[in-house]
Write a protein that binds this ligand. Structure first.
Ligand code: NAG
Ligand code: NAG
Ligand code: NAG
Ligand code: NAG
Length: 350
């Protein structure tokens, strides 16, 4: 299970991102809708700002907004695609709430790269604290009860809790029990959002972590790690049960799953070289940007500024940007698959 500890470990050490720009979203609608975002680097658009975060260094952000600005990608991330689908602007990152107060009506992004539902070494708020931030804004009357009713929460839990567990314990012993406790905590968090009056609450399924480049590197990006993906499947089964139970217990249809796992899997299946159809990504498991050795990551340079990473010639040609995160084109492809299109249709009805 060495590969797994490595991957999961990578997830939390490569702490992430944020964006500075005002007009980040593509959507134009003003409407009543607003989105609140919680979670990690798959959703963060600018909260995680430590001087060393790779997301604030070249070549992150080269596609959008054109310079490093905190997103852990070459460009847009999941939050941007969801906002765009809903016809709204990307909600501002929490850290910009004072500077961009005029845009708070679109909601707010509380996601911090590197975080989990439990504490991780990332010096950033876990999801409980992220929800505290929203609660405080409600107490401060920044958002009204009516605002909350027409709001959507997007919750991204992409594996940092598991990374930290492995790093601490050094093995996957006891993993199933830990997965249960992570999903239980996710359930507690979702229920709390509901208690704050959020109308719709969408939690992403866990992506197939065994297919992240960090985990497929040993097979030259050809083989997903089946043992890791089996654990991911357990998480997703428990998550589906938790969401079903929450709807049942609250007598509502407020809670649902955004099928990020199904979307990634669909892209990987489609683009396998032996599959029919026109593959968009030559090898979907191979990242665009990666360290020249395992000791280095995308964006790392030596003391003389010499690059310790390689960059593909066109980030549009790969699904993954770095060893953990999709490119903008990867996210675009994922959001175009039936699993995520179906999830988005439910979102649109809120
Ligand atoms: C989240 O962080 C807060 C503040 O550090 C801490 O008190 C709390 O126990 C953490 N919650 C979980 C579920 O780990
Ligand atoms: C994993 O590590 C945590 C923290 O050290 C510990 O509480 C837990 O019992 C460990 N679990 C297993 C199965 O070793
Ligand atoms: C909700 O759960 C209860 C108890 O398990 C069960 O009896 C009931 O049929 C469930 N309702 C729905 C709508 O699933
Ligand atoms: C992808 O392919 C695998 C193996 O053929 C299959 O089990 C799985 O259902 C497929 N998933 C999707 C989402 O197409």
């Amino acid at each position: 299970m060495e590969g797994q500890s490595l991957v999961l470990f990578f997830i939390f050490i490569s702490v992430f991102s944020g964006d500075v720009e005002g007009g980040l979203g593509e959507g134009e609608g003003e409407g009543e809708k607003r989105m609140f975002v919680f979670g990690d680097s798959y959703a963060d658009t600018g909260n995680n700002r430590i001087a060393l975060a790779a997301a604030w260094k070249y070549p992150y952000g080269i596609t959008f907004p054109g310079k490093p600005a905190g997103r852990f990608s070459d460009g847009r991330v999941s939050t941007d695609f969801i906002a765009n689908y809903l016809g709204m602007k990307t909600p501002i990152a929490y850290r910009w709430r004072k500077q961009l107060a005029g845009r708070m009506k679109h909601g707010m992004n509380f996601a911090f790269g590197g975080t989990g539902v439990f504490d991780t070494p990332a010096p950033y708020p876990n999801m409980t604290t992220q929800i505290d931030f929203l609660q405080q804004l409600i107490y401060d009357s920044v958002y009204t009860q009516r605002d909350m009713k027409t709001s959507l929460a997007f919750v991204s839990v992409s594996g940092n809790d598991y990374a930290y567990y492995i790093a601490r314990n050094g093995s996957t012993a006891g993993f199933p029990a830990f997965i249960s406790s992570v999903v239980r905590q996710v359930g507690v968090n979702l229920r709390r959002m509901h208690g704050l009056g959020v109308g719709k609450i969408a939690v992403g399924s866990l992506p197939p972590l065994g297919c992240l480049p960090a985990n497929t590197a040993p097979s030259s990006f050809r083989q997903c790690n089946k043992a890791q993906n089996a654990l991911v499947d357990l998480h997703n089964r428990l998550l589906l049960q938790a969401v079903t139970d929450l709807n049942n217990q609250t007598g509502s249809t407020s809670f649902f799953i955004l099928d990020i796992h199904g979307a990634f899997q669909t892209v990987f299946n489609r683009t396998r070289p032996h599959q029919a159809g026109s593959p968009k990504f030559e090898n979907p498991l191979q990242p665009c940007c990666m360290g020249v050795s395992a000791a280095f990551s995308c964006a790392s340079v030596d003391e003389n500024g010499v690059k310790k990473y390689t960059l593909c010639s066109n980030p549009k040609s790969t699904f993954f940007w770095d060893t953990l995160h999709p490119t903008q084109e990867g996210w675009r492809a994922a959001f175009s698959t039936p699993p995520l299109q179906n999830s988005l249709r439910q979102l649109f009805q809120y």
